[in-house]
Ligand binder design. Structure first.
Ligand code: DP6
Length: 407
């Protein structure tokens, strides 16, 4: 009713989270519908630290669809944006049973969309996942849809389907050629594992040189690891007592067939998201045998891991640790990569207490400090799925349907 057509302008704002896969999606069996070659499993990160906010508005006064990303007008004709819009409208039409309900928002009205991240875009922090999950959530609110929409978010960006849920999320690859069974499911809520913390070691805020779509396609074509067969994603085993139940290898995030990083490294030498300093971060805190040259995957650890790490399609290391281990880990990183003294905060997000490092640990892991290699550490934890923003003062579009000028 709030979206009644007689109102000149209908508007909805949502926020959506970033997710980090621990069993990676890396390769499509259908590039148009975005169907993956394997199932994947991710952790949804808390929106207090990383989120996208999107406002969608519809009005009979709008003359064209328009889109603004981080305050700048962008191409609303982008095929993936259009796919999401088309699917949401199709579901809205279906819900109304084909009849044009006069109380409902007209599907023929043009829309304006504004979206903002509170973190650097395209820096390998899965901004497309949060972005499309947020777009679909805001559009669904606008049109009053209540169904599960991970299948629609998937059409924007594969990993976006997992950002439609909080906590621990599986994207089931599905079997059907039309993709109707390729959707995300929550495996466990964020409250399932209250001690889990996530640290993003930001080594670069620059835009990544290779996009995921092109990168994974090259991998599918050239990587022997991905050729072994894309059907065998291991089922999620959250909650089995071990701190890192999904990760038999002990360190690097796994794909169904081994290390995702290795899969990339084998990609004809053309796909490398890592910077030299990328691996030094987690390496600094791992007092167990560390990767052989040329392959970033660790050997099987000889002592229980204190942290596990993962990379997505960017240079930033994502480290998983239990809350108890965070202060010590952060101190090791601080010693190994003494922060540049430009006044920026080195640790952001959740507070981190002080830690005194045992002498043996320092001797074992802090060998050659590299000042400034890690820009900052973002400390976060698992969090909930997309949220509706109730407060109208938080809309990114003003009453005129244009982006509010940001002070
Ligand atoms: C490395 O979801 O960005 O983050 O579907 O082409 O948009 P498209 O790719 P995208 O790829 C994400 C790949 C990854 C691994 C993962 O999130 O599972």
């Amino acid at each position: 009713a709030a979206m009644a057509a007689e109102r000149a302008l209908a508007m909805a704002t949502c926020t959506a989270p970033v997710n980090i896969a621990v069993i990676k999606y890396w390769g499509k069996r259908d590039t148009d519908l975005i169907l993956p070659i394997n199932s994947s499993l991710s952790v949804t990160l808390h929106q207090d630290q990383l989120k996208t906010t999107t406002t969608a508005a519809a009005s009979r006064d709008f003359t064209e669809d328009r889109l603004w990303l981080n305050g700048k007008e962008a191409d609303v004709g982008h095929p993936r944006v259009q796919a999401c819009l088309r699917e949401v409208r199709r579901l809205a039409r279906k819900r109304r049973g084909g009849s044009e309900d006069s109380a409902a928002l007209s599907l023929s009205y043009k829309i304006h969309i504004a979206s903002e991240n509170n973190f650097p875009t395209a820096a390998g922090l899965a901004s497309s996942a949060a972005g499309y999950a947020c777009l679909v959530s805001a559009l669904a609110r606008l049109y009053g849809l209540e169904e599960e929409l991970s299948e629609v978010a998937r059409r924007g960006s594969g990993s976006a389907c997992r950002s439609m849920f909080g906590g621990f999320v599986q994207w089931q690859r599905g079997e059907r050629p039309d993709g109707t069974d390729s959707l995300a499911l929550q495996v466990a809520p964020e409250t399932h594992w209250p001690e889990l913390r996530v640290l993003v070691l930001v080594v670069s805020g620059e835009k990544k040189p290779v996009g995921s779509t092109a990168g994974m396609q090259t991998s599918v074509e050239t990587s022997p690891l991905l050729k072994v067969g894309g059907h065998g994603a291991r089922p999620a085993r959250a909650g089995t007592g071990s701190p890192f139940p999904w990760n038999g290898a002990g360190g690097c995030a796994v794909t169904p067939r081994g290390s995702w990083c290795c899969g990339c490294h084998q990609t004809g030498g053309t796909v490398t998201f890592l910077l030299p300093q990328s691996l030094q971060g987690p390496g600094a805190a791992t007092p167990w045998p560390w990767p052989s040259p040329g392959c970033p995957c660790p050997h099987v650890p000889t002592v229980p891991p204190q942290v596990a790490y993962s990379f997505d399609a960017g240079p930033n290391a994502v480290v998983f640790a239990l809350a108890d281990a965070v202060a010590e880990f952060v101190e090791v990183v601080r010693r190994s990569f003494p922060p540049a003294t430009n006044g920026d905060q080195f640790v952001r997000g959740l507070p981190v207490g002080p830690a005194a490092l045992p002498r043996e640990l320092v001797a074992a892991v802090v060998t050659e400090p590299v000042p400034g290699a890690v820009q900052y550490i973002l400390h976060t934890q698992p969090g909930p799925g997309p949220q509706l923003v109730d407060d109208p003062s938080q809309h990114l579009l003003g009453p005129d349907g244009l982006p509010r000028s940001r002070a």
